[in-house]
Ligand binder design. Sequence first.
Ligand code: ADP
Ligand code: MG
Length: 585
Amino acid sequence: MIESARFEIVLGVTSLILALWAVSYNLMLGYAGMVSFAHAAYYGVGAYTVAILLQRYQISYFAALAAAPLVAATVGIITGFVALRAVRLYFSLLTLAISQLLYSVAEGWYSVTGGDNGINGIVTPDQLTDYPTLYYFVAAIVGVSLLLMFVLTRSPFGAALLAIRENRERARSVGINVKAYELAVYTIAALFAGVAGALFPLVQPSVVPGMLFWTENATPVVVTLLGGVGSFLGPGFGAFIFTGLNNSLSRDFPYQLDVLLGAIVLGVVLLVPGGFASVPGLVAQLRRRVVGEETPSIEAETKGEAIRMIDVARAVEAHAIQSEHIERGKVLLKLEGLSRSFGGLRAVDSVNLEIHEGDRHAIIGPNGAGKSTLFNLITGRMRPSAGRVWFDGRDITGRPAHVVAKAGIGRAFQITMIFPRLTVRQNLQYAMLAHRGRTVQPWGLADRIYRDEAIELLDAVGLGPHADLPAGQLSHGDQRAIELAISLALGSRMILLDEPTAGMSASETRHAMELVRRVATDRNLTLLFCEHDMSVVFGTARTVTVMHQGRILMQGTPEQIRSNPEVQAVYLGELDMDEEEAAPA
Ligand code: ADP
Ligand code: MG
């Protein structure tokens, strides 16, 4: 075979291996929003595994190829467990440290890795010495790996990753064990990096510790950004472009290679933030502009009409409560001496409280009274300093948020929390998948599961027309309705609403609370909410608790609270008589 054809094949094989490595990296970056700087280490572990098994133990290449991903995944799960003790930036820094640690091991462990000499003279197995065969073999392995990863990204498991990327807090509150999923995807990414690394000795006869050096972690990052994080195959395209550039530049500008590559990557990231994979879309957009066609614009903002079109009867019908007959009035949530301090500040101070099943219980109190903190203690977002939380007879004190969510407590946050870049329908579907324990499944199409149920529920709360819009594009009021719909979709028995109408217009407020009241009544939901707007409080609550400086001041019916002189002195001073109109509906 002529030399240049061989060279082309080596280039092609190199690109394929890099594509596999980068796509596996994007499982973390693009799908779960995790920035790891240790991916070169797992690639290196894969390459070393093959080299060691081949050279020292005379094991066949194909057996070594099967072992490499397992070794990489094992190293991945152990190191990932350490790295995931921290989040975001600190997670990234820990991965960098881990990468450097593994490099030191590779460099220092002479008896196994050959130390700084590495392992040289790795021979290609006889079956693969023919270049076209080599190419097809690598293409097949890479193809199967990509297919497996693709299936994973579309599966309920992939849905959980997207939910985490979009909003960790929200993901937790629908029952996703965020850390466990992050560790799982980290390990899976390491596994496929191990496959890529195991293919590497087919094009390079030596494996050296430099492969694990910390600067090597730039390669999957750069390739992924070049190709685009937003699409599954984007990083794969990035790999071919990167290899091509690298090759032609190193021929023509051997000394300026790094500078030129860096400049090109910088240019792409700045000019086409979506990477090369987004170019076809951009071209289509440009063509439309030149030809003068109108860009098909999505409604930028919905107008909160959903809330005005509520058809609660259908909502309830669509999602009829299946639980056994509930005896009204037993204690569903019980707080005993619940406390939380921040430094010297007692934000919540020995709170005893009983919430009865089916009740609509409001907590009022001035800013800083400790209402949000109390909610955070109940839902597991914060751990109490002292005291206990009982839900339906079960001690849930200090349990993590996803466990509390599964136990049956749904919540809306003071700041609206949804999955902004997922569609309205996916918001509901993924919440249901998570809550019903389906997100452990790494196959099947997540978007098909519970689809009808989600659409029915959305129709019922008036969000039907927006089912396929990204949730982040909806108006504030409609986003609140999504949160409520998520709680309904989860079948929560109790819903906590932290200032549900904050930021809403007067009519949005009225309609939102109408929705909340009727859904709560019809489904026998227990409501616990805090609210500044007194008309909302007195129009909705059956029981009112007043909090002040972390303590409970008093509790009673809305009438009792309204007429209590002590309460008025502390808090309701400004409450004048025209609130009278907002008497319970
Ligand atoms: P509310 O929701 O009733 O307005 P919060 O529960 O948000 O009150 O706050 C109660 C008190 O605790 C406030 O003084 C607030 O500054 C303090 N606080 C709340 N969260 C934290 C925190 N994470 N760290 C320190 N102080 C906090
Ligand atoms: Mg608050």
